[in-house]
Design a protein around this ligand. Structure first.
Ligand SMILES: Cc1cc2nc3c(=O)[nH]c(=O)nc-3n(C[C@H](O)[C@H](O)[C@H](O)COP(=O)(O)OP(=O)(O)OC[C@H]3O[C@@H](n4cnc5c(N)ncnc54)[C@H](O)[C@@H]3O)c2cc1C
Length: 280
C-alpha cells in the first residue's frame, strides 16, 4: 500500500510537471507567433528573447535580478514566460501580445522592488525583463544623458564619470538599483538637498503605453509625463528610457560617516524639541 501511494505521488508529480510544461509551451508558441506578427522583420531571432519554463536558462535568467530572497523560493509563483526585449519594438509587441493572450505583464528593470512585484504575481504572468535595454548615452555639451530602463544606477554614474569629473546625477546610493523602477518612483540620494529628487531632473522619456505605442514627452503630454516621474513603476506603461539633466559636481568629494549614540541623540533631540538648552 505505501508503495502504491508513493507510485501515485510520483505519477501525480510527473503529470503535474508535464501539464504545466505543456501549458507553458502553448503560451510560448502563441506569444512567439504574436511577436512575429507585431514586429518588423529584424536581425533578432525572436525565439532567443523568450524563455519558457523548459528552457535550461529559464531559472538563471529569472534569478539574475531577484534582489529579495524572500521571493526566491520554490513556492514563489513563477512566470509562464520571461521576455527579454532588445529593442523598443519588442517592448511594444510584448504589450500588445500579453493583452491579446490575456496574461498579466510584470515589468522588471533592476529587480529591487521591496515586494518583488516585478517578478512574481498571484495570477498567470509574464516577466518583461528589461536587462538588455541598458544603453547610457552621455552628452556633456548638452548637460544631459539618455539612459535606458534596464541600466543600473551604478552604470549611469560610471558612464557619466567616464565623460566628465564635474558632472553627476542626483539619484539613489545603491549601484544595483534599476533606472526603470527607481526613477518611476522618485529617487532620492546624497545630493537630494542640493538638487532634489531624481525626478526633478528628468527632461524627457520614452514610454510604451497600454496600446503598444512608443511615446516621447511631446507625444505623451505633460500629464502622463508628470505621472511617470514618481507615480510608481508599472502603473502607466513600460518606461523604455529617460532623458536626464546632468548637474555640476566638484571634482573631488569628501565622504564621511558620523556615528551617533542612540541614547545621546535621543536626549539631544528631545531637549531640542522641547526648546530646552544644554543639548550636546
Ligand atoms: C538595496 C536597495 C537600496 C535602495 N536604495 C535606494 C536609494 O538610495 N534611493 C531611493 O530612492 N530608493 C532606493 N531603493 C528603492 C528603489 O529605488 C525602488 O525599490 C525601485 O523601485 C527599484 O527599482 P528597480 O528597477 O531596481 O526594481 P524593479 O523590481 O525592477 O521594479 C520596481 C517597480 O517598478 C516597476 N518597473 C520596473 N521597471 C519598469 C519600467 N521599465 N517601466 C515601468 N515600470 C517598471 C516594476 O514593475 C516594479 O513595480 C533601494 C532599494 C533597495 C532594495
Amino acid at each position: 500500500m505505501p508503495r502504491m501511494t508513493m507510485l501515485s505521488l510520483v505519477l501525480l508529480l510527473v503529470f503535474h510537471v508535464s501539464a504545466s510544461w505543456a501549458a507553458s509551451a502553448s503560451v510560448y508558441d502563441n506569444f512567439l507567433q504574436c511577436l512575429n506578427t507585431n514586429t518588423n522583420p529584424s536581425s533578432t531571432q525572436l525565439s532567443n528573447i523568450i524563455y519558457a519554463e523548459n528552457n535550461p536558462s529559464y531559472s538563471s535568467v529569472l534569478r539574475a535580478y531577484i534582489r529579495n530572497s524572500r521571493f526566491n523560493t520554490t513556492s514563489t509563483p513563477k512566470p509562464v514566460l520571461i521576455v527579454t526585449p532588445s529593442a523598443s519594438s519588442h517592448v511594444q509587441a510584448s504589450v500588445v501580445c500579453a493583452k491579446q493572450l490575456g496574461i498579466q505583464l510584470r515589468i522588471r528593470s533592476g529587480g529591487h522592488d521591496y515586494e518583488g512585484l516585478s517578478y512574481w504575481s498571484d495570477q498567470t504572468f509574464i516577466v518583461l525583463d528589461m536587462f538588455n535595454l541598458r544603453t547610457v548615452t552621455v552628452d556633456i555639451e548638452d548637460s544631459s544623458v539618455w539612459v535606458q530602463a534596464g541600466a543600473t544606477l551604478g552604470e549611469l554614474y560610471y558612464r557619466i564619470s567616464e565623460k566628465s569629473k564635474v558632472h553627476g546625477f542626483p539619484a539613489g546610493v545603491c549601484p544595483t538599483v534599476g533606472i526603470g523602477g527607481h526613477i518611476s518612483g522618485g529617487g532620492y540620494g546624497n545630493m537630494l538637498r542640493k538638487f532634489g529628487l531624481a525626478v526633478d531632473n528628468v527632461l524627457d522619456a520614452q514610454i510604451v503605453d497600454a496600446k503598444g505605442r512608443l511615446l516621447d514627452r511631446k507625444a505623451m503630454g505633460e500629464d502622463l509625463f508628470w505621472a511617470i516621474k514618481g507615480g510608481g513603476g508599472g502603473s502607466f506603461g513600460v518606461i523604455v528610457a529617460y532623458k536626464l539633466k546632468l548637474v555640476s559636481v566638484p571634482e573631488t568629494v569628501t565622504v564621511f560617516q558620523a556615528a551617533r549614540h542612540w541614547k545621546r541623540t535621543h536626549r539631544c533631540c528631545f531637549e531640542v524639541a522641547r526648546g530646552g538648552a544644554n543639548h550636546r
